[in-house]
Design a protein around this ligand. Structure first.
Ligand code: NAP
Ligand code: ZN
Length: 346
């Protein structure tokens, strides 16, 4: 099946319209007619070559919402007409300890990313900036009723990437959580941590988005450009989720953790980060990383969002505005996720 898409032809080159081949619907496959695809900063890192060479042309997009158009003979959990989501992962071995434990993203054979990855049949996966996608049914999520499909698209990456560490590190009543960077991931981290009952602080470069941050559920908001922020908040937080797409001063943020606190990096900058081990030793602190979440946990997150009325704050764009949107994301001028209306690709 030949479908319309938007692809980056080479590293650092603007995206342009193209057509790509989607595989025939296999026995355990679902054909999704895409309605919306969010723009994640990871799409930008990938097509700019921040994370090394890629199998160009690359069709990015791993925040996909659409409607099931066809199912294979063995598919029981999804039916034609269902509204579904596809996130960052479209396959994994299913057999290793991590897959069996619901941590498919850490599959020992390597999970198959939604784009710029190698599918089981050896082809290169292509993502959601497209009209249709064929995905193994086990990696397709159910979108709960009552959730706006455009605002739900970013949950498939930004939502689960922040939900998973918030849950793992116990965000909830009595916990002080800071979110660094109020972009796509950050604004959902604020909504989620607040819905979990934690006391939430935003650490942003400036106070420009303070009003938004408080409206999204933060209890306080501080500018990291102000050195006083780091003296005022020293030793305060149980958990800091760093969503920044660039290098940060790790020691400065570790100094904001209480004893036994954890700084969890979900931001994935191209540059290496360094730290003084005394920043950890001095407070039995943890510096950790976290990558998306498993399939069952992603479903749990979608259900949690439906229950708490959580969606992303979005700006819906046509496919031909994608390059402009990338520039605005790079300039931290996104409020708070761009979502491509896939009907503009038809
Ligand atoms: P985004 O919308 O661009 O948000 C990043 C935010 O970081 C910006 O809005 C800005 O917030 C802050 N920031 C940007 N440049 C900065 C700088 N030089 N210094 C300090 N702060 C800066 O990006 P996103 O889509 O949320 O993604 C964020 C990062 O997470 C990316 O690196 C992405 O690849 C990564 N990611 C990781 C996973 C995972 O599984 N771990 C999944 C998805 C994305 P303020 O304006 O508030 O300062
Ligand atoms: Zn992403």
């Amino acid at each position: 099946m030949r479908v319309n898409a938007y692809a980056a032809p080479a590293a650092g080159r603007p995206l342009a319209p193209t057509t790509i081949e989607r595989r025939p619907v296999g026995a355990n496959d679902v054909l999704v007619e895409i309605e919306f695809a969010g723009i994640c900063h990871s799409d930008i890192h990938t097509v700019r070559g921040d994370w090394g060479p890629q199998p160009f042309p690359v069709v990015p997009g791993h925040e996909i919402v659409g409607v099931v158009a066809e199912v294979g003979a063995d598919v029981t959990q999804h039916g034609v007409g269902d509204r579904v989501g596809v996130g960052c992962m479209v396959n994994s071995c299913g057999q290793c300890a991590h897959c069996r434990n619901g941590d498919e993203q850490y599959c020992l054979q390597g999970m198959v990313p939604t784009y710029a990855g190698t599918a089981r049949d050896g082809s290169t996966t292509q993502g959601g900036y497209s009209t249709h996608v064929v995905v193994d049914a086990d990696y397709v999520l159910r979108l709960p009723g009552g959730i706006d499909p455009a605002a739900a698209a970013p949950l498939l990456c930004a939502g689960i990437t922040t939900y998973s560490p918030l849950r793992r590190w116990g965000a909830g009543p009595g916990k002080k959580v800071a979110v660094v960077g109020l972009g796509g991931l950050g604004h959902l981290a604020v909504k989620l941590a607040s819905a979990m009952g934690a006391e939430v602080t935003v650490l942003s470069q400036s106070l420009k988005k303070q009003e938004d941050g408080l409206r999204l559920g933060a209890d306080s908001y501080h500018a990291t450009s102000d050195p006083e922020t780091f003296t005022e908040l020293a030793g305060r937080f149980d958990l800091i989720v760093n969503t920044v797409s660039a290098a940060i001063d790790v020691d400065a943020y570790l100094s904001l953790l209480a004893v036994d606190g954890a700084l969890v990096n979900v931001g994935a900058p191209a540059e290496p980060l360094s730290l003084q081990v005394m920043s950890l030793i001095g407070g039995r602190r943890t510096y950790a990383g976290s990558m998306i979440g498993g399939i069952a946990e992603t479903q749990e997150m979608l259900d949690f969002c439906a229950e708490h009325g959580i969606g992303a704050e979005i700006e819906v764009i046509a496919a031909d505005q994608v390059n402009e949107a990338y520039e605005r994301v790079l300039a931290s001028d996104v409020r708070y996720r761009f979502v491509i209306d896939a009907t503009t690709l038809r």
